[in-house]
Every structure is written in structure tokens, then in C-alpha cells.
Design a protein around this ligand. Sequence first.
Ligand SMILES: *[C@@H]1O[C@H](CO)[C@@H](O)[C@H](O)[C@H]1NC(C)=O
Ligand SMILES: *[C@@H]1O[C@H](CO)[C@@H](O)[C@H](O)[C@H]1NC(C)=O
Ligand SMILES: *[C@@H]1O[C@H](CO)[C@@H](O)[C@H](O)[C@H]1NC(C)=O
Ligand SMILES: *[C@@H]1O[C@H](CO)[C@@H](O)[C@H](O)[C@H]1NC(C)=O
Length: 430
Amino acid sequence: MSRAACLLVIISLMSPAAEALDNGLALKPTMGWLHWERFMCNIDCDTDPNNCISERLYMQMADVMVKEGWKEAGYEYVCIDDCWPSHQRDAQGRLQADPKRFPGGIKKLADYIHSKGLKLGIYADVGDKTCAGYPGSLGYYEKDAQTFADWDVDLLKFDGCFMNRALLGEGYINMSKALNNTGRPILYSCEWPLYEWPLKQPNYTAIRETCNHWRNFDDVFDSWSSVKSILDWTAAHQDIIVPAAGPGGWNDPDMLVIGNFGLSHDQQESQMALWAIMASPLLMSNDLRDICPRSKELLQNKRIIDISQDSMGKQGYRTAKGNDFEVWEKPLSKNRLAIAVLNKLETGGPRGFNIGAAPGWKICGPQCNVTQILPQYKEMGVQTQQSKIIVSVNPSGTALLTVTPISSDFRRLHKLNWQGTFVRRKHTIL
Ligand SMILES: *[C@@H]1O[C@H](CO)[C@@H](O)[C@H](O)[C@H]1NC(C)=O
Ligand SMILES: *[C@@H]1O[C@H](CO)[C@@H](O)[C@H](O)[C@H]1NC(C)=O
Ligand SMILES: *[C@@H]1O[C@H](CO)[C@@H](O)[C@H](O)[C@H]1NC(C)=O
Ligand SMILES: *[C@@H]1O[C@H](CO)[C@@H](O)[C@H](O)[C@H]1NC(C)=O
């Protein structure tokens, strides 16, 4: 290795993005289930007892997660979103669960979830009210943090509705401290940048010090246009947000909607592949009690989950686009690379893409070992930089591959980009 290259290694090892929130959590992107996109604010337990926001819903989800391989695949957090509380705080000013829908209370629910070897997430808001109009935490940060800790809650999703934008950062930071002061490690999921972007560019150094993950952009809907808009936003802001991600803190592009109604199977594969590439939290919002076997298999695909959970903890990003294709790449441990090729043309049939056109294919000099994971598993064997491998990608589908360099001196050839920090660069035009 040359002296300059050696220096580069040292610099890149010494300067991780920024300090992450030091609560020992979210060292890999969080995996679990979150009720919002699928069950929203359904509080009508009289006519829809199976789907309303009630303790029963989370208990049933936890049961299924254990019985049907979800827990084993890595999905761990069972998360409550908005609409769980009573509209009134109790006599001591504490939040309380709606007594009709959560007759056992949250502590009992947490005990149940823990008895299954899973973790419980809850939801609150930095402002006066939650987005659905339930009591907000402004003025009650210490009290609410302590209440959640007393209930043995493991994760807090903290929304940003009904908050003076000028105090937003202060509010998120104060709650982070309040959670820390309880002494219970509680994973802290924020929406700080989402609510700040309309005003100014968020300070991701401060956000990473404060939160374990943070929403940047709109809520995901059960539609391809929604998933696409999230990918477009992420690529457009990747120079700003990608360097902020790493063990302890992640960009959160919102829930996986795989297994619902709005995405074709190819689109579901695209969401799964790209959420893994983006090192996103993998929080499913679907009905695990009734999910199609193909969606289940996709969500439990170990090879894709391994890309998401890779120990190096680097967020991947879009490296090339053109001809209605996008290439996204994520550096993995052991000098490997994951490459996703998204076909954005929503007409016609499968189109071929020469994988050699992916910028990261460089690591194939002199040789590499290639495995295709999506759309189907295929060992492509040892290839060279000159190999012409055409992968077939369906409209709005994604081909996902991993590439392992076979070479002692690939570092010299590849200049360490994949090991170092995020490299700002112009997109390659395909
Ligand atoms: C609180 O913060 C300190 C200092 O950053 C850290 O060492 C400690 O583990 C944190 N505790 C919890 C419960 O998050
Ligand atoms: C945050 O905490 C500081 C120090 O206690 C306090 O002055 C400030 O008002 C708090 N801000 C919010 C939004 O709670
Ligand atoms: C961003 O936040 C960090 C950490 O809190 C702080 O040191 C830095 O000065 C802030 N940057 C700007 C531009 O405000
Ligand atoms: C290439 O990868 C496949 C799948 O992981 C593995 O079975 C095979 O042994 C590898 N080949 C080489 C030459 O490393």
C-alpha cells in the first residue's frame, strides 16, 4: 500500500460520521413491526375488534412473530404508534393508555412482549398534541420518559406535530436527555429533520448525537409512487444524509409496506432491496396474521437482511442512473459490495442491464465472486472486470447482487472508497 493510501485508511478510520447517541442501541438498523401504515388510527374496537389499536393487536402480532419465523429472522421490536393513549393524563399528570382498548395497561403489555423474547415500542410527540390529537409531551418530557421507563418500554417514536418549529431541536434534545436520565436504554426514534427541512437544512451532527434514527421525509403510503418518492428524495439529498448514518444512528425512510395491497411483487422486492441498501430500519407495517407467502419469504430473506444488518454499518446510495435504470450500492464488510439495479421504466417487459456498467463493479479487477439474490438466487461464480453479465430486471423491479473481490491488492485498485467514508461524487450517467 502506498503511503498516501495508508494515510487515507487512517483518516477514514479516525473520522466516523459523527458521534452517535451513546445508549448502546441500534448498532444495526432496527428491525420490527410498527402499526401505523396498516392500522393507522383505527380505534373502533366495537365494530373492528381484530384491527383496532388495542393491546390485543400487539399481543397477536407478537405471537405470530415468534411462531412464524419473524423473530428468528431478526424482527424484534413490536411498536405502537399514535392513538394508544387516553385523551386525559392521570391525576399525577402521567400519560395513560386508553382504558377500554388497553385494559391491562402498557406495563402488562410490555411484560407480555418481553415474555416472548421481543421488545415493545411506544409513541409520543414533542409538541402539545400528537398528530392524531392525543396529549403531547411538551412540558412533560421528564415525566413521560420516566413513565415509559417504569413501564419497561424499549423504544420511543417521538413525532413532531403541534410544535413550535423554533423549539423543535431543543425539544428533541431535551427528551433524549430525559430518556437517558431514566437509566433505562430506550431506543429513540425521531422525526426532527422531517419537521425541520421546510425551515432549514437540519444539523445531522446534532441529530446523530440525539437520536437512534430519524425520519427525513413524508410518511410512506401503500403505493409504488410513495416508495419511489422516498427513493428520489433520498438520492437527491444523499450527500447530506448518508454520512450521518452508521452504528447507533440511521436515516429512516419509514416503514416497509410489503405484504399489503398497493405494491406488485416486483415493487415489494424493490422496497426490500433498497431499504437494505439504505441501511434503513426494517419496520414492517402489515398484518402478519394474514400475509401472502411470497411477501413473507421476501421479508424473511436472510441474504437481504444480511445486507441490511452488515456489521460495517454503511448506508448505501445511488451511484449511477440513466436509461431509466438506477444503480444503488452499499459497501459491506470484508470488502464486499451489494449492488441493486432498479428498473424505473414502468412499461414493457424485463430489460437487460450490463452489471459491468455499475460504478462499483471496479472491485471485480482482477476477479470477483458474484451472487444474485433478487429476483432469484443465482451463484454467478468468478467474474472479471471485463465480464459482461446481463441481469434481467422487470418494470419497477430490482436486481440485487453481492460482489466479493478475489484479490490481494484490490485496495490499491479501488482506492478504498468502499471502506472509507461516503465519497461525494457526481452520478455516473449510464
Ligand atoms: C446516558 O448517557 C451516557 C453518556 O453519554 C452514557 O454513557 C449512558 O450509557 C447513557 N445511558 C442510557 C441509559 O442511555
Ligand atoms: C429544554 O431544556 C432547557 C433546560 O432545562 C429549557 O430551558 C428549555 O425550555 C427546554 N426546551 C423545551 C422545548 O422543552
Ligand atoms: C451542529 O451541531 C453540532 C453538535 O451539536 C455543533 O457542534 C455544531 O456547531 C452545529 N453546527 C451548526 C452549523 O450549527
Ligand atoms: C462464490 O460464492 C458462492 C456463494 O456464496 C460460494 O458458494 C463459492 O464457494 C464462492 N466461490 C469462490 C471461488 O469464492
